[in-house]
Design a protein around this ligand. Structure first.
Ligand code: NAI
Ligand code: MG
Length: 368
């Protein structure tokens, strides 16, 4: 029986996690599987009360779980970075969650701000490298606080770290292509047996060391996947194309920093932060993977009961994929699709007046 560690966290985190867990309970009953939940009290309140961010003992307890479900961390009373670095980044690194998987899929019934584009055009997945780059905290100050201050923050890129991430992206393109070949391929490309595409998003023209390594690893990895088309975009051009022609993308592989940025853009394409789900994956399964909505603690709406729980609910579906319960995860996605297609209930971020609990209940009612 799998053990799921639950970190509600701050702000809207616990509000959306509650709905995610209710959907999990419901689908488990229908599908006939069992699980244990272990709650973890982490986040801004604990830090303000005790000064503790993430004690080592808690890391050990989290490590014993099969998967983790996180709401969000980030508290208006705590300096930026303390919780995000101390909890989120530490878990991503210590548990070798080296892929941050972020599907960008527009569900029928959801409005995208991109004119003339619909669900057929917006269906991509971003594979963001999650353990390296500027996020490792390599750097420092000299002469801090003086007029001659120097600050350095170094991007770390290892061949092994880059390659395992790229391999994940190509494997994903292959399995997506098996299910349904990527529609952006030409007749001629399909005729040659291509089924999917991986786009490397980087900045090889400026980051001539780090992204040279990425490009070489990309070209060499691609040789093992003859049925996958390899494509390259500079990150700035990628931002433009995600808006102008999102159908150009199937799987995107990118660095930690660029992935962070382009997936907020991706979230907008799919209808907003309230709908964007993610997984921090340890594909080797040497430690638990962690599933969370892309959004943060949303202090501006916290406590009002109006946060959209769908991002958290879709994150539960990704968690169930990871636990190899694909029937359960598909059931959740179908239920979410029904609610969104019906156009109601909707939380205010989608233009409705419903509250968090109404939407969670509607998803549970939509199970077939
Ligand atoms: P945010 O994602 O919390 O909010 C951005 C905007 O989206 C806000 O207007 C918010 O109301 C809206 N929004 C977010 N989630 C929503 C939902 N479920 N339903 C409806 N509207 C939603 O990002 P922000 O404001 O930059 O950060 C707030 C705090 O969260 C900060 O402390 C930040 O560091 C932290 N954060 C934590 C993350 C995590 O735990 N993974 C990720 C991003 C930010
Ligand atoms: Mg972000």
């Amino acid at each position: 029986m799998p053990t799921i560690g639950v970190i509600g966290g701050d702000g809207v985190g616990p509000e959306v996690v509650r709905e995610g867990l209710a959907v999990l309970a419901d689908v488990a009953e229908r599908e006939g599987f069992r699980y244990d939940l272990v709650p973890f009290d982490l986040g801004g309140e604990r830090y303000l009360k005790t000064g503790e961010v993430l004690p080592d003992k808690v890391v050990d307890d989290l490590r014993r779980c099969d998967a983790l479900f996180l709401g969000a961390v980030g508290h208006p009373g705590v300096a930026p970075g303390i919780l995000e670095k101390g909890i989120l980044l530490r878990l991503r690194f210590e548990f070798h969650q080296y892929v941050n998987l972020r599907p960008v899929r527009l569900y029928p019934g959801v409005e995208t701000p991109i004119k003339g584009k619909g669900p057929e055009e917006i269906d991509m997945v971003v594979v963001r490298e999650n353990n390296e780059d500027l996020y490792v905290g390599a750097g420092g100050f000299t002469r801090k606080g003086t007029a001659e201050e120097v600050a350095i923050q170094t991007s770390i890129n290892t061949r092994a770290g880059v390659e395992r991430c790229l391999r994940y992206a190509f494997d994903l393109a292959r399995s997506r292509g098996r299910e349904r070949p990527y529609r952006g391929l030409s007749e001629e490309e399909r005729g040659r047996g291509l089924v999917g595409q991986v786009t490397l998003v980087a900045k090889t023209n400026v980051l001539t060391f780090a992204h040279d390594l990425w490009m070489r690893a990309f070209t060499e990895t691609a040789r093992d996947y003859p049925e996958i088309k390899s494509d390259y975009q500079h990150v700035d051009a990628c931002c433009m194309r995600m808006v102008v022609s999102p159908e150009r993308f199937d799987v995107i592989a990118t660095t930690n920093m660029f992935g962070d940025i382009i997936t907020d853009l991706g979230a907008v394409l799919q209808g907003g932060m309230g709908l964007a789900a993610s997984g921090n994956l340890n594909p080797a399964r040497t430690a638990p993977s962690m599933f969370e909505p892309v959004h943060g603690s949303a202090p501006d709406i916290a406590g009002k009961g109006i946060a959209n729980p769908i991002a958290a609910i879709l994150s539960v579906a990704m968690l169930l994929d990871h636990l190899e319960l694909p029937r359960a995860s598909e059931r959740i996605r179908r239920a979410v699709a029904r609610v969104l297609a019906a156009g109601a209930p909707k939380t205010p971020d989608l233009g409705g007046r419903a509250n968090t609990a109404d939407v969670g209940q509607a998803v549970r009612n939509a199970f077939e």
